[in-house]
Design a binder for this molecule. Sequence first.
Ligand SMILES: [Zn+2]
Length: 350
Amino acid sequence: MMPRNFWLFALLPLTACSTPTTPRVHVSISVDWEGRDLSAINLNAFRTLRKAHPNVPLTHFLNAAYFTKRDANATRVQADIRKALSLGDELGLHIHPWQSLVEAAGVNFRTKPTIWGNGRPMRRGRRDAGHEVSVEAYTTDEFEAIVRKSKTLLAANGFEIGHSFRAGAWLAGPRVREAIRRVGFLVDSSATDTAWHDEIADTGLPAMIKKIWPTVTRQTQPFLVETAAGMIFEMPDTGALADYVTAQEMSDHVDEAVNLIQNNQDRYVHIGFHQETAARYLPRVTAAIRTIKAKHGSLVVFETLETSAQHARQNNSTLQSNGHGPQQLSNLRFALAILPPDQDRGSSGW
Ligand SMILES: [Zn+2]
């Protein structure tokens, strides 16, 4: 005989699914790989973070220029990069227009403008040059070639890049945005608030960032950007990177987001660091996460950028009402590029 309350039980899961969840703050933590060098001291620094926070995934913006250096040993570079990756991390793309990478893409290398402003010309390094050249120095076609080459090179070395991108020095202007969209990138995380960059206020960079992202502040939430090649979903780097932000400032930044939760709306924030300065600045991120967890518990969720983007796309009411209809939004289809536990990548290091 059917129990009297059978239907009640049958409906329970549905009811649970349709109940609005408590709004939360979604925190993505990114790593910018500059393409300069891979040293043991920085790669080993990731271990402390992993040990302290094993369930906090990272979004890596990888750079293909490690593979184009004149003396690069691809096998060693692969192994070095893998030391810093973990299951559940996301792989995105970061580009600084290094000479070796630009030329590998069949593009003429440019030496200016640099990200530091006109008075500061590019310096030539021992192994490569071009890190401080603005990505906007290149035409859309040229930058598209550099993006394609980067993706191909990284894939050939076992690093399949997903749909997230960050421009070198946050300078994703119109040409860069169109170029990355042509190659299939759907999420950009170059928008940032130059208020964080007081340490480099004497250079031209903060003004260049401000010119590209004039209305972006540390409170800016995800928004859509139109390019000639289609829409891009902008997930702002609201908390910049640890070289410019202390542990206290990071946790204050999340406190502020928690306080701004209202009208049943989730908030999205971003913090991060550079691989090349991980030994020095990653401890700030590790400490900030500890403070954030202790203060806010389940009100804050740590996730990859792409997971955050998917969530924001579906739940952010500002996005739903900003003039872009649901049809355009539905054209943004995200395919998860989170590292799967598959056999292809080998069993070690992920
Ligand atoms: Zn960078």
